[in-house]
Design a protein around this ligand. Structure first.
Ligand code: TRP
Length: 404
């Protein structure tokens, strides 16, 4: 497959010479986004030259069905890197699922569904390691030393965590309803919300550092919203290495984020596409479900279709979705639809999605017919991840003087 990723031509000598020295977390998100994009372009070249020098860790919360935004944002990137020869670890972040809901309701179903989505997408359990948080105790133990390396102030400034807290239904640390569900409760102030969220929500970026560092992952393909977490991981690695220099050199790498160049797709309601908001086309959706969802998508009243994300976000997101599926540029797709209006746009999108995803969906249906297989893949992957985690924890204990 040819690279459809970062094609930035803005990589200058400053970016090539390495990242700027930073004492703490990046001052601004846009600054770190620009830096991450430059760095990603550079990384793409290094991956091309030497894929085997990369160990990739990424993953998802098992909170619902993976959708087309996941696919174009990260899933296809994982498969591309795996196929290029990089080593891939994928975490099913089941503990992290408890950050925004207080029950593990339907967890088993979500977990097996997620693993099935991975397999259908092309993640190959013969080469990649798919595992669950909860099955790897040694990974979770890393959380304790890691928590000692970050301040509560640093945790409180994480913009992604702040966003997630703002989206929680009000009512405190243990929301009774899933994220975004209309629970009818009153709006409470940001400060009060923050004071009442669970400790797990507040600290999950540090837990995520353990996900990445337990296997010494050095590359993390993520969407933009995960960049602040990567900063936490890098900070934890740096501080750990400084405070506990291992006998054989630094224990942890400072992993890099690899951003996908695909712009963000919006949900059918014009908001952020989300597993739990019912505004996303699931990977596993049928052709009819896809048609229904796209038919209901928000558009605008102008007949002429154009690609103009700034002033026509909803229409442009649909154009982009068709373009991604067809591997064409969005301007030419818009041009072709011309004066056809929303109806023609939606017909084009539906057909493009259904054609592009037909093979993946057929594969998924076959896999879903034997859920025992996905379960076995997860068990095997978790056992493998555990071997890796045991070795890392042993090294960490050594560096910390805790080998008694
Ligand atoms: N936080 C990610 C999400 O919400 C999931 C995740 C958990 C993850 N651990 C990770 C992503 C480690 C990258 C690396 O989608």
């Amino acid at each position: 497959m040819t690279s459809t990723l970062i094609q930035s031509t803005t990589v200058g000598p400053a970016a090539v010479s390495g990242r700027p020295a930073e004492a703490g977390l990046s001052a601004s998100v846009s600054e770190s986004l620009a830096a991450a994009l430059r760095r990603s372009a550079q990384l793409e070249r290094r991956i091309g030259e030497d894929p085997r020098s990369f160990r990739i860790l990424t993953g998802d919360r098992p909170t619902g069905e993976l959708h087309l935004g996941h696919y174009f944002g990260t899933l296809r990137n994982r498969v591309r890197l795996q196929d290029a020869g990089a080593e891939l670890f994928v975490v099913v972040a089941d503990y992290q699922a408890l950050t925004d809901r207080d029950t593990a309701r339907a967890l088993d179903e979500h977990v097996i569904g997620l693993v099935t989505d991975y397999l259908a997408t092309g993640i190959d359990p013969g080469r990649a390691t798919i595992f669950a948080h909860s099955a790897v105790p040694e990974l979770n133990q890393l959380l304790l030393p890691f928590l000692s390396l970050v301040s509560t102030g640093e945790l409180g400034r994480n913009p992604t965590v702040k966003d997630e807290i703002a989206q929680l239904p009000s009512g405190g640390a243990t929301p009774r309803t899933p994220r975004g569900a209309p629970d009818g409760s009153a709006i409470v102030s940001g400060a009060r919300r923050q004071a009442s969220v669970s400790g797990l929500m507040f600290t999950y970026p540090v837990h995520q550092a353990a996900d990445i560092l337990f296997c010494k992952g050095n590359l993390v393909p993520v969407g933009q919203d995960q960049l602040p977490h990567l900063e936490v991981t890098r900070l934890v690695a740096r501080r750990f290495n400084e405070r506990y220099p291992g006998a054989g050199g630094p224990v942890f790498p400072e992993p890099d984020a690899l951003l996908s160049a695909a712009p963000l797709l919006l949900g059918t309601d014009g908001g952020k596409m989300s597993k739990s908001r019912g505004n996303a086309v699931a990977l596993r959706a049928t052709a009819d479900e896809t048609a229904r969802l796209i038919r209901g998508a928000k558009t605008d009243a102008q007949r002429r279709i154009s690609y103009d994300p700034a002033s026509r976000p909803e229409v442009s997101s649909l154009v982009l979705l068709a373009a991604l599926c067809l591997e064409r540029d969005p301007e030419s797709v818009a041009e072709q639809i011309g004066d056809g209006g929303a109806a023609a746009l939606k017909a084009t999108v539906t057909e493009a999605v259904n054609e592009r995803f037909a093979p993946l969906r057929a594969r998924r249906a076959e896999l879903a017919a034997d859920p025992g297989y996905a379960r076995q893949v997860l068990r095997d992957g978790s056992a493998r991840a555990r071997t890796v985690a045991v070795a890392t924890l042993e090294e960490v204990r050594g560096a910390m003087g805790m080998r008694y």
